[in-house]
Design a protein around this ligand. Structure first.
Ligand SMILES: NC(=O)c1ccc[n+]([C@@H]2O[C@H](COP(=O)([O-])OP(=O)(O)OC[C@H]3O[C@@H](n4cnc5c(N)ncnc54)[C@H](OP(=O)(O)O)[C@@H]3O)[C@@H](O)[C@H]2O)c1
Length: 340
C-alpha cells in the first residue's frame, strides 16, 4: 500500500465558473483510522454539479468547503483497515465523505456497503447511487408520472436525466429530452426517449418544446434552470408538475439570481405545482429505491452511460467538464485499481 495520500484542497472561492487553480494538490501521510473508523482506498471519485455551490461562500443547503480544506465529494473504494464491527478489509463501500483524495477515514454512519456481484462498483456513484436516487425519488414524490403524460427533461443525457427518461417510459409516459448535442440526443433515443431538442441549435427553444410536446408538458424535470426552464413554463399542461432539481446552466452566475420569465401567473393558469427537490431528504428510503433500480438495471430496462477519466490529478478538470457539457453521461474519476 502507498504511504502517502494525495488530496485536493480548496485554494480559492471561485468567482464565476470554477477553474483548476481554485484547488491545490497536496500530499500528506496516509491517515490512521481512530476508534470507530475505517481506512478506505479510493477507487472512483464522483464529480457533481452541486460542487459549484459547495465551493461558494454564499449560503447553501450544506456547509461550504473552507479554504485549505480537502474538497468534499462522494466516492467508492476498498476498506484497507477497520476498527469497526461489520466492515472488513476488502469490503467495497460508498460514501459522500471519500472527498477528493486517495485515502479517507470513514465512520459507519453514511457509509454503504456495495455488493460487487450486483453491478460494476462505479454504478454505486451513478445509476445505482446518488444520481439514480435523485431521479427516482423526485419522480416518485413530486413528478408522480401517469401513463400517457409528457415528461420533459433538461440535461437529459446526464447522470440524473438518463434515469428520469427511462423511469418516465417505465411508467408509460412520453419522454422528451433536451440536450446539447446530436450525439447526446442519439443516446437519449437509444435509451427510450421519444423525442429530443438540441437547445444549442433549436433557436426558439419555446417553439421547439411546443412542437415536441404538442399536448403540453405534464412534468418538467428541471436540471438546468435558465432558458430551458422558461421554455417549459411557456408550455405547461393543466396540473403540470415542475421539479426544480438543479440549475447547472447558472454555474457561472451562481451567486446571482436566475433570469427569465419566471411569472408565477403561468403556474396559476395551468394550476401547476413547482417544487424544489433535494435527494438528501429521502435517503432513509435508499434500500427500497436501489432494489427497484438494480432490478431494472439487471433486467436491461435501465441503460446507463458513464464518462470515466483517469487519475487523481484530473479531478478538478473532470468537474469543469460538467459546466461545459463535455461530459457525456455520469462523470467519474478513476483514482485507484479495482479489486480483482
Ligand atoms: N437536487 C438534488 O438533490 C440533486 C441531486 C443530483 C443532481 N442534481 C442536479 O441535477 C442536475 C444534473 O446533474 P448531473 O449530475 O446529472 O449532471 P450531468 O447532467 O451529468 O452533467 C451536467 C450537464 O449539464 C448540461 N449543461 C451544462 N451547462 C449547461 C447550460 N448552460 N445549459 C443547459 N445545459 C447545460 C451539460 O449537458 P448538455 O451537453 O446537454 O448541455 C452537462 O453534461 C444538476 O443541476 C445538479 O445540480 C440535483
Amino acid at each position: 500500500m502507498k504511504n502517502s495520500n494525495r488530496r485536493w484542497v480548496l485554494a480559492a472561492h471561485p468567482k464565476g465558473l470554477p477553474k483548476e487553480t481554485d484547488w491545490r494538490l497536496e500530499e500528506e501521510p496516509v491517515p490512521d483510522p481512530g476508534d470507530g473508523e475505517m481506512l478506505v482506498r479510493s477507487i472512483y471519485l464522483s464529480v457533481d454539479p452541486y460542487m459549484r455551490g459547495r465551493v461558494s461562500d454564499a449560503k447553501n443547503y450544506a456547509a461550504g468547503v473552507q479554504i485549505g480544506e480537502v474538497m468534499h465529494g462522494g466516492g467508492v473504494g476498498e476498506v484497507v483497515r477497520s476498527n469497526l464491527d461489520g466492515f472488513r478489509p476488502g469490503d467495497i463501500v460508498e460514501s459522500m465523505r471519500f472527498h477528493w483524495q486517495e485515502f479517507a477515514t470513514l465512520k459507519a454512519a453514511g457509509t454503504r456497503k456495495v455488493d460487487p456481484s450486483i453491478a460494476p462498483i462505479h454504478t454505486a456513484l451513478s445509476c445505482l447511487g446518488m444520481p439514480g436516487l435523485t431521479a427516482y425519488f423526485a419522480m416518485e414524490t413530486i413528478g408522480k408520472p401517469q401513463a400517457g403524460e409528457t415528461v420533459l427533461v433538461s440535461a437529459a443525457s446526464g447522470a440524473v436525466g438518463q434515469v428520469v427518461g427511462q423511469i418516465a417510459k417505465l411508467r408509460g409516459c412520453r419522454a422528451v429530452a433536451v440536450a446539447g448535442s446530436a450525439e447526446k440526443l442519439a443516446w437519449c433515443k437509444e435509451i427510450g426517449y421519444d423525442a429530443g431538442i438540441n437547445y444549442k441549435t433549436a433557436g426558439d427553444i419555446g417553439a421547439a418544446v411546443a412542437e415536441a410536446c404538442a399536448q403540453g408538458v405534464d412534468i418538467y424535470f428541471d436540471n438546468t434552470g435558465g432558458e430551458i426552464h422558461d421554455a417549459a413554463m411557456d408550455n405547461l399542461a393543466l396540473h403540470a408538475r415542475i421539479i426544480i432539481c438543479g440549475m447547472v446552466s447558472r454555474a457561472a452566475e451562481f451567486d446571482a439570481p436566475d433570469i427569465g420569465e419566471r411569472q408565477m401567473r403561468k403556474l396559476l393558469v395551468a394550476r401547476a405545482r413547482m417544487e424544489g427537490f433535494l435527494v438528501l431528504d429521502h435517503m432513509e428510503r435508499t434500500p427500497e429505491a436501489l432494489a427497484e433500480l438494480a432490478g431494472w438495471y439487471n433486467g436491461g430496462q435501465l441503460k446507463f452511460r458513464e464518462d470515466i477519466v483517469a487519475g487523481i490529478e484530473n479531478v478538478p478538470t473532470a468537474l469543469l467538464r460538467l459546466f461545459s457539457g463535455e461530459n457525456f453521461g455520469k462523470q467519474l474519476v478513476k483514482v485507484g485499481e479495482e479489486v480483482t
